[in-house]
Design a protein around this ligand. Structure first.
Ligand SMILES: [Zn+2]
Length: 275
């Protein structure tokens, strides 16, 4: 992949103001080899100082780390700064091969690391991620917080990444975007509440969804379907919530650190469906 000179046009599709920082089209540690993920950061810059006081640092680097540090800056007012089209030093070492410097785009949002996020900035953050996903053919699941792909990092602080990704997914699909507030449940919580409770002895098609999700999450060992007609296929088609399934649900709950009650309710549907 060459220098990503389309980034400013992609950013403009958000409808937010876009500033093309001089020289961005040829700025980078060489060209960008590929784009398989997006990493969200906060700058940890000063608490004041205008819309994007960290611009010089993200563009030029800091002692010990040469710039550019990220492709995009995101101002407090939701303005987008296009800083580099080539590879940036924003995530090394990475725990994800899709989110290291050679395979991902970095966004550095202005925030001192503890101050509240203005809604206008969060809105632009979600829209920029959605447009990037669209442009590079990525699902919302490829949008990660720096702290999710580098265990020694805290950023971006206080953003619920599951809710963030759910909103990005809605934007990618062109739907309306709710603004979850602290007192109102997010739409993902509402959807989870509407999903059926699956309990031992149930016999319905939703049980097959539980089986499919458990298998997709790697929680169905071959022993679970060894004695069943048609093997795995037969096991996945079984509509009954039998003892074997309940034990697998408990194992999943144990692995996720949630209550091991063997019931599939909102707390279990969430991680099962990865919303
Ligand atoms: Zn970071």
């Amino acid at each position: 992949m060459p220098f990503l000179t389309q980034l400013a046009d992609v950013a403009r599709r958000t409808g937010r103001p876009v500033t093309e920082v001089g020289g961005w089209k040829t700025r980078g540690h060489g060209p960008q080899p590929e784009v398989r993920g997006i990493v969200c950061h906060h700058t940890a810059g000063p608490a004041g100082g205008g819309d994007y006081p960290s611009l010089a640092v993200v563009r030029d680097g800091r002692p010990g780390l040469d710039g550019p540090l990220s492709h995009f800056g995101l101002g407090r007012s939701g303005g987008i700064y296009v800083i580099a089209a080539g590879r940036c030093w924003h995530n090394a070492p990475s725990t994800s091969p899709r989110h290291d410097n050679s395979s991902s785009i970095g966004i550095e949002a202005e925030n001192d690391g503890s101050q509240p996020w203005p809604e206008v900035q969060l809105d632009a953050y979600r829209k920029l991620c959605a447009e990037l996903c669209r442009a590079f053919g990525l699902p919302a699941s490829r949008v990660k917080a720096h702290r999710e792909v580098n265990t020694s990092k805290p950023d971006p602080h206080s953003i619920d990444m599951n809710a963030f990704r759910a909103a990005v997914a809605t934007l990618i699909n062109g739907g309306p975007v709710p603004a979850p507030g602290p007192s109102t449940p997010s739409w993902t919580e509402e959807i989870l509440r509407e999903l059926p409770l699956i309990k031992p002895g149930d016999d319905n098609f939703d049980v097959k969804t539980v089986r499919g999700c458990l298998f997709a999450r790697g929680h169905v060992p071959p022993a679970a379907y060894a004695g069943i007609q048609d093997g795995l296929e037969g096991w996945l088609k079984t509509t009954q919530c039998d003892n074997g399934l309940v034990e697998l649900v408990r194992g999943f709950q144990r692995a996720e650190g949630i209550d091991e009650d063997g019931l599939v309710g909102p707390a279990t549907w969430g991680p099962l469906l990865r919303v």
